[in-house]
Design a protein around this ligand. Structure first.
Ligand SMILES: Cc1ncc(COP(=O)(O)O)c(C=O)c1O
Length: 397
């Protein structure tokens, strides 16, 4: 890794007093929960923001062809996927898109399939819109999660099931789904008239040497019932800029999702959305991202080795993508007669370390915790020691 990037990642960013959701904690607490990073965004993105800032006026902004070309060239370069210009629709975020799709492609009371444990906000998009969650738990075999095909067939065959929210790579387990798995998911959904929203916002955060398969790289004839959410926000730590794209190959579907996004008034970019996206998906952004992926891989290795050496009763699950570590804490839940919520509370109270509670991710998360590894290695080491301390029985401290 270029030493200039290591210096940046090692320095990180002190984020207290920046209205950060993640860092809205008590003095002395160490938050490793909410999924954003304690690093500055790429220097080229910062420069783009500064350049725009200096222009002074912040009126309404256009979605430019530069914006579309930034996505198109990134997906072509990195994922060998041609996205025709007209397939792209602007949206202020993946979750606004998912909620819009729920409203447009399903009716109240219908069921929406999710593969649990999964990003908890999917539940909000379903329940807040008066739809019903249809949980289809993933199978976990020797530390890797798999789709339970029989369960998915059964769920999709439910006449009330009208859509599925798919996550690729999967948050929280970091699983990258293969082309064969995507084809099978698409086929089951199509056969049962189930619409698919594929949330791919973590796709640029695969481990070095690994890639992901975009849903939109599949045969459009077999995926006319699929839309995908893509964005630079996770990989470039610009979630607060609120920007993303929807990919929809089917013109009728595209029109509908565009209509709903615009009815919700989340279809117009803020001043920084376009310049940030263009800068992120540039060669300079790519160079920074490659360094970030290496640093995150080191963090994952550090955490896994620490857990193996000092907390062997914990079990790390999956982990080929995202900066999130999904940890099975069944041993400690049994030891302390609690679920992951009480275990997280215990760790927080004893050590100040704040982790995401597994139960919020649905079935399969009852005894797990999620640790956000996207921080300087010094902070990660501190977090791991706090985890150790937080898990010890009182009489062994
Ligand atoms: C899988 C997944 N989808 C969506 C989001 C949020 O996306 P947005 O901010 O674009 O709505 C997150 C944030 O953590 C996420 O992990």
């Amino acid at each position: 890794m270029d030493p200039k990037y290591r210096t940046l990642f090692d320095a990180g960013r002190e984020r207290s007093a920046t209205d950060s959701v993640k860092w809205d904690v008590k003095p002395g607490e160490l938050p490793m929960w909410v999924a954003d990073m304690d690093f500055d965004t790429a220097p080229c993105v910062l420069d783009a923001i500064k350049g725009r800032l200096e222009r002074g006026a912040f009126g309404y902004s256009d979605i430019t062809s530069e914006w579309k070309n930034a996505y198109r060239s990134w997906w072509k370069r990195r994922y060998q996927t041609e996205i025709p210009e007209e397939w792209l629709v602007y949206s202020a975020g993946a979750i606004p898109t998912i909620s819009a799709a729920v409203r447009k492609f399903t009716t109240p009371g219908e069921k929406i399939i999710i593969l649990t444990p999964v990003y908890n906000i999917f539940y909000n998009s379903i329940l807040n819109n008066g739809r019903v969650v249809l949980e289809c738990p993933l199978l976990e075999i020797e530390g890797t999660s798999y789709i339970d095909w029989d369960a998915l067939e059964k769920a999709a065959a439910d006449p009330q099931a009208s859509a599925m929210i798919f996550c690729n790579p999967h948050n929280p387990t970091g699983r990258i789904w293969s082309r064969e798995e995507l084809i099978r998911v698409a086929e089951i959904a199509e056969r049962n008239h189930v619409f698919i929203v594929s949330d791919e916002v973590h796709c640029d955060l695969t481990a070095p040497g690994l890639s992901y398969v975009p849903f939109c790289s599949l045969d459009p004839d077999k995926t006319s019932h699929v839309i995908s959410c893509i964005a630079p926000t996770k990989a470039f730590n610009i979630a607060g800029i609120q920007t993303s794209a929807v990919v929809a190959s089917n013109p009728a579907v595209r029109h509908k999702i565009w209509r709903e996004i615009n009815t919700d008034e989340v279809g117009e970019p803020n001043t920084f959305a376009v310049p940030c996206t263009v800068a992120a998906f540039s060669p300079a952004g790519e160079e920074w991202l490659e360094a970030l992926r290496e640093y995150l891989a080191e963090n994952r290795r550090m955490a896994s080795e620490f857990i193996e050496g000092h907390l062997p009763k914990l079990r790390v699950v999956g982990g080929d993508a995202t900066y999130l570590l999904w940890i099975d804490c069944s041993y400690y839940c049994e030891l302390y007669h609690c679920d992951s919520e009480s275990l997280a509370k215990r760790i927080r109270e004893k050590s100040g370390l704040i982790l995401s509670v597994g139960v919020i991710f649905g079935p399969g998360g009852e005894h797990s915790l999620r640790m956000n590894l996207a921080c300087p290695q010094k902070l990660l080491t501190e977090g791991l020691h706090r985890l150790y301390f937080g898990l010890q029985p009182e009489d062994q401290i």
